[in-house]
Write a protein that binds this ligand. Sequence first.
Ligand code: SF4
Length: 314
Amino acid sequence: MTSDSLTSLAAEILACRRCPRLVEWREEAAANPPARFAGEEYWARPLPGFGNPKARVMVVGLAPAAHGGNRTGRLFTGDRSGDFLFASLHRTGFANRATSLAINDGLALTDLYLTAVVRCAPPGNRPLPRERAGCLPYLVRELDLLTNVRVVVALGSFAWDGAIRTMRDLGYRTAPRPAFGHLAESRIGPFVLVGSYHPSQQNTFTGRLTPPMLDAVMDRARELADLDRQRAPPRPKKPLGLVWLRLADAPPGGAGAASAGSLVDLDQCLATKPAQDQPDGLVADPWEGSSNILDPEDDRGVVKNVLPYSLLLR
Ligand code: SF4
């Protein structure tokens, strides 16, 4: 079922033409390749993620390269960033090959799924904010479908930011926003987000990112995934949260009037609960105990069940 859903998501991504600038750029790169790729048939379409659907580790990049993934049809395949990344994935036991040259090269990923925030090659490797916003729902759905993922490795600050937005859109509390850094770690809901400098030539040629540095990130990801397998309960498909509401302030008819399926404005819920009666924040994260609260700035919840003085949300 998971594979089928990932398959249908991939089909949607492959057909996407939502960003006119990026559609033009991916096709322009195919029409005018550099001399070393002259005569090759380019993919020139968006790229879905790939790897093991049961993976516990997800690696998120920025976007395909115009003459890398946009040429070969697979992320990080056929470019220098991919050479650097897959050599590390092979050394750390996540890939059966140290190279990623073509879509039919026999590469297989173990316990790892590789994806990107933006699915089409952007000019100068810089997507616009509206392009990132337009593409992000694909990553949200992808992470939602990859139910075994516990560790998300973000390659670069753009991917770090995209991963945080993805987890926020899945309903997990992301405030205060963790700062990006190489080997930075942050627990968000059931995930551990791990930062790495991006394996771009700009970083690898200058020594800002070395092979041992990237290996350290992937080794840490494996360590975290193994720890989580021992300790964490299975990840529910969606986060559940409790929002507390005084019956007197509930809609006419009491809290029961807020029936399953209705939308609740968390700002209102926060406002209606007397401070002295509030629990230690609103319970929103069954994995982290009761210390986290849903972010009232941008969250609304859908009522799943109605309990005295509380609404069970999902
Ligand atoms: S970047 Fe994403 S949203 Fe934009 S056209 Fe490509 S697949 Fe569609």
